[in-house]
Design a binder for this molecule. Sequence first.
Ligand SMILES: NC(=O)N[C@@H](CC(=O)O)C(=O)O
Ligand SMILES: [Zn+2]
Ligand SMILES: [Zn+2]
Length: 438
Amino acid sequence: MTTTNDNTNQTYLIRGADIVGAGRHDMVLQDGVITQLGQVDAPSGAVVVDADGLVALPGLVDLHTHLREPGREDAETVATGSAAAAAGGFTALLAMANTNPVTDTAEAAEHVYDLGQRAGLVDVHPVGAVTKGLAGEELAELGLMHRSRAAVRVFSDDGKCVHDARLMRRALEYVRAFDGVISQHSQDPRLADGQACCHEGELSGRLGLPGWPVVAEEVIVARDVMLARHTGSRVHVAHVSTAGSVEVIRWAKAQGIKVTAEVTPHHLMLTTDLLADYDPTFKVNPPLRPDKHVRALRTALVDGTIDAVATDHAPHARHDKEHAFAEAAFGMLGLEQALQVVNTVSRVDDGLDWAAVADRTSAAPARIAGLGDQGRPLQVGEPGNITLFDPDARAVVDAAASHSLSRNNPWHGHTLRGQVVATFLRSRATVLDGKVIS
Ligand SMILES: NC(=O)N[C@@H](CC(=O)O)C(=O)O
Ligand SMILES: [Zn+2]
Ligand SMILES: [Zn+2]
């Protein structure tokens, strides 16, 4: 699918948005940047967007997206994933390396980068694999990927844990030279064996499903923060799911260790008891956890122990997902509902104000990934990367209405709060009136 945008030079006047960090103002977007802020007259030829009652946030940045191209274009392509991202208010995403072939060379990274440019709806930044083929045996070409056109800065074997401590140490040392970061899928393969498919606890016993214990995650988080301390490098904990991991990260940050962390929308809201019907939609890695962990994750997001919300958008084709629970693929969609979930959760808890939402969904992930022109405050002269969000809308999620090629949407049928109304990428509308512009 080719996407054509003929609105590149269009000027927009966003009328009366509640601009995070700036108050209620009009905003003019032109030539890639915010050119005016305040009470302004419509420049000639400007498209006026009535933003009364809408919040303007810096465009969202996702540290953790699975686009399935190359290899599984039946589940997602760079173009369809980009459309889902734009619809969700994103202006940039990091595309995980577990494609086929794996993104473990400069050429592979440039290929994904170019597909993102061609789709033109969000900035697609490929994540590079830490080890060749994600096999956990030999470091991939980290330096070459960084020096490529794709300028890779985030590396991850996500889907698999870099469990060899010596390899993890070497990877951390390697990326320090260019302020890169290793994003770890924290899961000890000996504590969470190949059969495990849900949280180990009272429910897994009752359902007769092999579970994996919280400690399988926590031992790797603990090990990695010590390796980060030893090397002075940056480690990022992907999809934190347990209260114990939060404690370790909180401690490590207090020591000045360079650790950052992300939590997914689903781990902020959904709990393990959804598995009672053996619905594989809710099968995900790491697994949904009991309420006690969900509460710890929310608290950690509010107090900043967890830096960012990241979707772990993991599309899967029907024939991989619609199986008996034990055989179904791990993963769920997340791009289109992420901001709605954060809005829903933070309304309930009353913990996150809009400045904090903007930080956790945009500024912090942009900083972690080293994306200089994303996550910037909404001020004159800054890039026009903006999401307009209606915080009070209520929408019933319909999986069939997704831009994703896949339908494994855990929010299907849920009523969530809020709705993305418009998204602008460097002043160009990628979404208007809730519709992706293609
Ligand atoms: N999250 C998942 O359950 N699945 C991810 C891999 C991963 O993030 O570990 C996938 O690629 O499908
Ligand atoms: Zn993972
Ligand atoms: Zn993932």
